[in-house]
Design a binder for this molecule. Structure first.
Ligand code: NAP
Length: 286
């Protein structure tokens, strides 16, 4: 039997990045420069959004950054949301802005995200920042995709010249991670719900990025022996005590050379990238 895949440990890697960010924040503070300040816009009562914003605030405090939450009711108008974002753009104390999504359905989310100044868009999902990624212009990288690339880099996993498959084409995850892999000279194939033969597409890939939201859709038998498997999925399954990814971990581990666990893989990297972007925003670096 093949050896089990080695683990791409997102928890440990994210901790290292947080320590690096904390050290730089300390230096900024010691030099009398502005300490990074992340302002989160929280609209409505979605419990998951409240939890995520709470986690991000806690992470900010861990690295010595300031943070604040700016709330609007679920019934707020587009105009009120836009005005709030604009006031944060104009607030010199605030160095990074995060609009927690999803927004209530009556709001036009892309238009609100687009109001965030590019130099404060630390979540990297405005159309301007995504356009920067495509055009190779300075822009903050969207956090989960950037976390995936960073995790590969920290384990010295080569991307250039590799055949990569990304399963999922969402604007926050599948498309930007595919573009980042392309920018790093991988040959990239993007799969989605209408892909004719998913197993065949996955089986050709040296790097598999699952970004679907379907529990254990990708099974070990689809994986090319020795491939690197990154599972961004996070799915709650009734009757299972633990959340599961989009990849069937046990069977995939028997074929892959490297694999991310769920939890403890991509998830922790997202917040680490948010902190790093917020630091860079305060430093005036894209
Ligand atoms: P999404 O917007 O729902 O997109 C899912 C994508 O998967 C779509 O492009 C869809 O194709 C594709 N898809 C659905 N069923 C498929 C199938 N049977 N075969 C192939 N492709 C299929 O989801 P998302 O926001 O990108 O999130 C994806 C997963 O990542 C979720 O589990 C989410 O929880 C997780 N996530 C994790 C983090 C994190 O770790 N920090 C951050 C964001 C998301 P179509 O385009 O054809 O519909």
């Amino acid at each position: 039997m093949r050896e089990q895949a080695a683990i791409l440990d997102g928890t440990a890697t994210a901790k290292t990045i947080r320590q690096e960010v904390a050290a730089e924040v300390k230096l900024l503070a010691a030099s009398g420069a502005r300490v990074p300040h992340l302002a989160a816009v929280l609209i409505g009562d979605d419990p998951a959004s409240h939890t995520y914003v709470g986690m991000k605030q806690k992470a900010c405090s861990w690295v010595g950054m300031q943070s604040s939450i700016h709330r609007l009711p679920a019934t707020c108008s587009q105009d009120e949301a836009v005005k709030l974002v604009q006031s944060l753009n104009n607030n010199e104390e605030v160095t990074g802005i995060l609009v927690q999504h999803p927004l209530p359905s009556h709001l036009h989310e892309p238009a609100i995200l687009d109001c965030v100044s590019p130099n404060k868009d630390v979540d990297g999902i405005s159309r301007s920042s995504l356009g920067g990624l495509i055009n190779g212009e300075p822009a903050f990288a969207s956090c989960t995709p950037a976390g995936i690339i960073e995790l590969l880099d920290r384990y010295n996993i080569a991307i250039q010249g590799k055949r990569a498959v990304v399963i999922g084409r969402s604007i926050i995850l599948g498309k930007p991670v595919a573009m980042m892999l392309l920018n790093r000279n991988a040959t990239v194939n993007i799969c989605h719900s209408r892909t004719a033969d998913l197993a065949a597409e996955v089986s050709r890939a040296d790097i598999v990025v699952a970004a679907v939201g379907r529990p254990e859709l990708i099974t070990g038998e689809m994986i090319k022996p020795g491939a690197v498997v990154v599972d961004a999925g996070y799915n709650r399954v009734e009757g299972r005590s633990k959340d599961v990814g989009d990849v069937e971990f046990e069977s995939a581990s028997e074929r892959a050379s490297w694999i991310t666990p769920v939890p403890g893989g991509v998830g922790p990297m997202t917040i680490a990238m948010l902190l790093r972007n917020t630091l860079r925003a305060a430093q005036g670096r894209f």
